[in-house]
Write a protein that binds this ligand. Structure first.
Ligand code: PLP
Length: 387
């Protein structure tokens, strides 16, 4: 059996999405900017995809810009907002952002920017007072993620955006992991900018969305032609844009049932693992998180070893530590949450999707406890080793 529980890394492109894209690799090859019928027909499909992407977050279609990925959308928000306010030199973000935000913000230091990285508590939650106190007259941008990719923990984006708004500071959210998994309504949440990535919601890799609220000052990141209303130059990636539109349409139509489906399976998996495997702990807040994500630490064992053994029995997950220069470094998210070293090393992220089944989850529940037991018996860190 093969069980894919790494959906926060990437998702399967939905068959309906592949089907919707197919004509644009074939007969419908026109350039949407062309005046003739070949182009006009294609442009109509791009307009429809824009409407569908907008509907998923309750935005206006004119506020949607198609990009190449979530990383581009994040960079566009940061660079675009800073360039629009050149006299302000301060950025606020958090310690647990994806590198697409964190590295982009830190990169700006070489141009004289100050970067405040807000901390999180042991459950991965943000302190809104720290945000309030960090904003100054010099702050050009606040960028905080909606949902954390490693733990699924949700930040209070509505409240955070209201704080920024009350101080007149533009607010960006990296909603790459949140969109399609939880309801998002930009009419009710005063974010100025929001990033989406197609491949996290069953569209292909290589397509993203940048949302910019009407009236938000954002300088273009890519210069060239007049595509995307002058906000992102480059001939449109037509098949992928159409695919993203179809994926957004499916996500919007099924958001409640998918929430229930993934949460039920996730909860079953998580409670069984915590019960059956000794010395385990949940990383992140138990309730304030995405329905599909579970980050569990198997103390005293190395996550990479668990992943390899899971892979041997056909189970795909990911770990919260990465092998850098031969040593296993706990991820920046685990470190920011203060997860003890012995637990951060053995943290495993299971992330589910609409395609997972009860049978698959029962298979993982059967396979995981003996793997943990075997590795723990071999672990030099285990206090129980040798009796
Ligand atoms: N932001 C978050 C929270 C992510 O999880 C990811 C992907 O892992 C990205 C941004 C980057 O998205 P993309 O892979 O489309 O560049």
């Amino acid at each position: 059996m093969e069980v894919y529980l790494d959906n926060n890394a990437t998702t399967r492109t939905a068959p309906e999405v592949v089907e919707a894209m197919a004509p644009f690799f074939g007969a419908e090859y026109g350039n949407p900017s062309s005046m003739h019928n070949f182009g006009g027909r294609v442009k109509k499909h791009i307009d429809e995809a824009r409407e569908k992407a907008a509907a998923l977050i309750n935005a206006d279609p004119a506020e949607i810009v198609f990009t190449s990925c979530g990383t581009e959308s994040d960079n566009m928000a940061i660079r675009g907002a800073l360039e629009a306010e050149p006299d302000k030199r301060h950025i606020i973000t958090s310690k647990v952002e994806h590198p697409a935000v964190l590295s982009a913000a830190r990169y700006m230091k070489r141009f004289g920017y100050r970067v405040t990285e807000l901390s999180v508590d042991g459950q991965g939650l943000l302190d809104l007072n720290e945000l309030r106190d960090s904003i100054s007259d010099d702050t050009a941008l606040v960028s905080l993620m909606w949902a954390n990719n490693e733990t699924g923990v949700l930040f209070p984006i509505k409240e955070a955006a209201e704080i920024a708004q009350s101080k007149g500071v533009p607010f960006h959210t990296d909603a790459v992991q949140a969109v399609g998994k939880i309801p998002i309504d930009v009419k009710k949440t005063p974010v100025n900018m929001l990033s989406i990535s197609g491949h996290k919601l069953h569209a292909p890799k290589g397509i993203g969305v940048f949302y910019a609220r009407r009236g938000t000052a954002v300088m273009p990141f890519m210069h060239g032609g007049h595509q995307e209303n002058g906000r992102r130059a480059g001939t449109e990636n037509v098949p992928y844009i159409v695919g993203l539109g179809r994926a957004a349409e499916i996500a919007a139509a099924n958001i409640d049932s998918e929430f229930e489906h993934t949460k039920n399976l996730r909860d079953r998996l998580e409670s069984a693992l915590l019960e059956k495997c000794p010395d385990t702990r949940l990383n992140g807040h138990p309730e304030l998180r995405l329905p599909n994500t579970s980050n569990v630490s198997f103390e005293y064992i190395e996550g990479e070893a668990i992943l390899l053994m899971l892979d041997n029995v056909g189970i795909a997950a990911s770990s919260g530590s990465a092998c850098t220069s031969g040593s296993l470094e706990p991820s920046h998210v685990m470190r920011a949450m203060g997860v003890p070293f012995t637990a951060a090393h053995g943290s495993i992220r299971f992330s589910l999707s609409r395609y997972n089944t009860q049978e698959e989850i029962e298979y993982v529940i059967e396979k995981m406890p003996p793997i943990a037991e075997r590795l723990r018996a071999m672990s030099p860190f285990s206090p129980k080793k040798g009796g």
